[in-house]
Design a protein around this ligand. Structure first.
Ligand code: NAD
Ligand code: UDP
Length: 338
């Protein structure tokens, strides 16, 4: 069985490639390296001792994408290829809508041409919007998103649902990720952000290693136990295993399903910083600053459905996440290719 990972050289795609290879799947990766580099896949091959067929292309380019389908017998596609920086999506909405929506349409069109009927999509907890109460359950309606990035995810979910409604043979799984952090236990692959990190864990790691002076914790006056925001942090390897379970399932079941991939347990920003310091024996300089626009006080999953239907649940603790993030940062202070 062969799985095409669109955007597979990135953070979540590379970890998923390892788990798919370990589970016996063949993996084809197509990526334009707009936010990654081929070194991640070299390392996937080293870790697993298996090879990955790699294509450098823009998924929006259907002529090049066709070649991938022509040359490989693809059983399922996982669509990771997207731009994901929330702040950048506010300043460059057209770029976000163009890239994220067009990659989706290109994949669906090309799959249609080659009769490939299984697709799994990287969605996000952000589609629950501001109105739904935590914990989020898949049966809730999509909410009002707070930025163009979130809207691209909500729109793409709609596109997948409409396409599946029109084609009874098309199986779709929408995976709503919560907050992936951590890195492969080998310390050889991990998250490699360009420039100043937007997300908490890469920022924490870069402060710990001395690349950044100080973390600003965005707000300590939220209605939470310690006043800082809470999130459902999930180890990227647990998330990757969730994709393997989704592939196993979609190949056997003609489904249209949504699954939350989270732990169901919220941790605050302060708890993340304290756990990182304790587990790794390092100092993370931090100050409390103003709230960041668009942040919700709390965001966490009800993760029951993925367990009941896919038989998947997370196995790694917050300590594991902090240890593995630091291990990756220490071994690769400048990421893959800088
Ligand atoms: P990432 O940026 O590391 O990976 C995305 C990959 O897609 C990159 O390798 C990039 O080069 C590639 N890509 C982007 N546009 C492309 C195009 N037009 N053609 C070919 N390749 C293209 O991000 P990630 O953290 O691995 O996230 C993967 C997916 O999961 C994204 O769609 C993201 O929105 C979604 N997601 C991520 C998070 C998170 O916190 N990391 C949370 C929820 C959802
Ligand atoms: N955060 C922070 N300082 C930072 C980056 C993030 O305090 O430099 C907080 C942010 O306010 C949120 C949490 O960390 O409460 C997780 O943010 P991230 O951007 O990683 O993910 P999000 O939940 O926004 O998708």
């Amino acid at each position: 069985m062969t799985v095409l990972l669109a955007g597979g050289a990135g953070y979540i795609g590379s970890h998923t490639a390892i788990e798919l290879l370990n589970a016996g799947y063949d993996v084809v990766v197509a990526d334009n390296y707009s936010n990654s580099c081929p070194e991640s896949i070299n390392r996937v091959e080293k870790i697993t001792g298996k090879s990955v067929k790699l294509y450098e292309l823009d998924i929006k380019d259907t002529d090049k994408l066709e070649k991938v389908f022509e040359e490989n017998n693809i059983d399922a596609v996982i669509h990771f290829a997207g731009l994901k920086a929330v702040g950048e999506s506010v300043s460059k909405p057209v770029m976000y809508y163009r890239n994220n929506i067009d990659t989706t349409l290109s994949l669906l069109e090309t799959m249609g041409r080659y009769n490939v009927k299984n697709i799994i999509f990287s969605s996000s907890a952000t589609v629950y919007g501001e109105e739904n109460p935590v914990p989020y359950v898949e049966t809730m309606k999509r909410g009002v998103c707070t930025n163009p990035y979130g809207w691209t995810k909500a729109m793409m979910e709609q596109i997948f649902e409409d396409t599946a409604r029109a084609d009874a043979e098309l199986a779709v799984i929408l995976l709503r990720y919560f907050n992936p952090i951590g890195a492969h236990e080998s310390g050889m692959i991990g998250e490699d952000p360009n420039g100043i990190p937007n997300n908490l864990m890469p920022y924490v790691s870069q402060v710990a290693i001395g690349k950044r002076e100080c973390l600003t914790i965005f707000g300590n006056d939220y209605p939470t136990a310690d006043g800082t925001c809470t999130r459902d942090y999930i180890h990227v390897t647990d998330l990757a295993v969730g994709h393997v379970r989704a592939v196993d399932y979609i190949i056997k079941n003609k489904c249209v399903e949504i699954f939350n991939l989270g732990t169901g347990v919220p941790y605050s920003v302060t708890e993340i910083v304290e756990t990182f310091e304790r587990v790794n024996g390092v100092k993370v300089n931090h100050v409390y600053g103003a709230r960041r626009e668009g942040d919700l006080a709390e965001c966490y999953a009800n993760a029951d459905k993925a367990y009941e239907i896919l038989g998947w649940k997370t196995e790694r603790t917050l300590e594991d996440m902090c240890r593995d993030s630091w291990n990756w940062q220490k071994n690769n202070p400048d990421g893959y290719c800088k």
